[in-house]
Design a protein around this ligand. Structure first.
Ligand SMILES: [Zn+2]
Ligand SMILES: [Zn+2]
Length: 285
């Protein structure tokens, strides 16, 4: 357990918190609380036998709620818009919009979770000494939230993970415009300490990290526009790998994520009129 601030501890996920693992937070207060629960029981080793009364999930993805079921006595809270995908495996799969037969994961392994209370933007949660504010940050998923402790100037960012391979908006329910607005919303909080579920504790240059993270969205969009110097279909654009640059095989999970992410960019470009469509072809205006 690494202390990030008084009462806030990082529980490190295996493999440095790389997906499908993730880091998460333990708050040692009158209401002992977890912000997310990671995936894989080995992720819980760092927590020991701590009693947990409350789990607050940043969003519905498995690497953040996969161990909710290890704490049957704890209440579970999550944002209203992601709660349906925590509760139901079928909704989880629909929200993702990916073919999981190509994934590391068998659909039957997707954990379902109770949600006892649905959160709303800006509500305050008092855990004893620590007070958290829910900041609804949609885009990665519709109900993604970060949690802000004003007193410590600390944000738990969930999958606003400030990683070099992010930002990630490769689910069917992702929305790039919303994610951009959400990153700006977190910038405005000017946090001194930022906890990333895939990078850990960041306490230097948080502002710059947020700016670089945001810029990467526009860099990807510039690469897509570059790819449209001649009309191309979505599949042709996907083969240019403007988002992750990393899939190996057509049809695999990363290919699907690449394609879904590009389709969200194309939606933005069509809306702004920078791109038009002729049948399967996307054309620069
Ligand atoms: Zn996620
Ligand atoms: Zn994640």
């Amino acid at each position: 357990m690494l202390q990030a601030a008084p009462g806030f501890y990082l529980i490190e996920g295996p493999r440095n918190g790389q997906h499908p693992y993730a880091h998460f937070m333990f708050i040692d207060d009158r209401v002992p609380t977890l912000l997310d629960t990671g995936w894989g029981r080995e992720s819980l080793r760092g927590l020991g036998n701590k009693k947990i009364d409350l789990i607050i999930n940043s969003h519905f993805h498995l690497d953040h709620m996969g161990n909710n079921d290890a704490f049957p006595g704890a209440r579970v809270w999550a944002h209203r818009l992601d709660a349906p995908a925590l509760r139901s495996r079928q909704t989880f799969v629909e929200y993702y919009g990916l073919d999981f037969s190509r994934s590391w994961l068998d659909v039957s392994e997707i954990t379902q979770s109770r949600v006892d209370r649905e959160l709303e933007d800006r509500e305050r949660i008092c855990l004893g000494e620590v007070e958290l504010q829910v900041i609804h940050t949609p885009g990665h998923s519709p109900g993604h939230c970060v949690f802000f402790c004003r007193e410590e100037s600390l944000v738990y960012g969930g999958d606003m993970d400030l990683s070099e391979i992010g930002p990630f908006y490769g689910s069917r329910v992702s929305n790039i415009d919303d994610w951009i607005a959400s990153i700006h919303k977190v910038m405005a909080l000017e946090p001194r300490i930022f906890i990333s579920a895939h990078r850990g504790i960041l306490d230097e240059d948080v502002r710059d990290c947020l700016h670089r993270y945001l810029d990467r969205i526009y860099e990807r969009e510039a690469r897509i526009i570059d790819g449209l110097q001649r009309p191309r279909t979505l599949s042709e654009l996907t083969l240019l790998k403007p988002i992750t640059g990393s899939f190996k095989e057509i049809g695999d999970l990363f290919y699907q994520i690449e394609m879904l992410s590009i389709s969200h960019h194309l939606g933005r470009l069509l809306k702004s009129g920078q791109v038009t469509r002729d049948g399967p072809y996307y054309i620069l205006s």
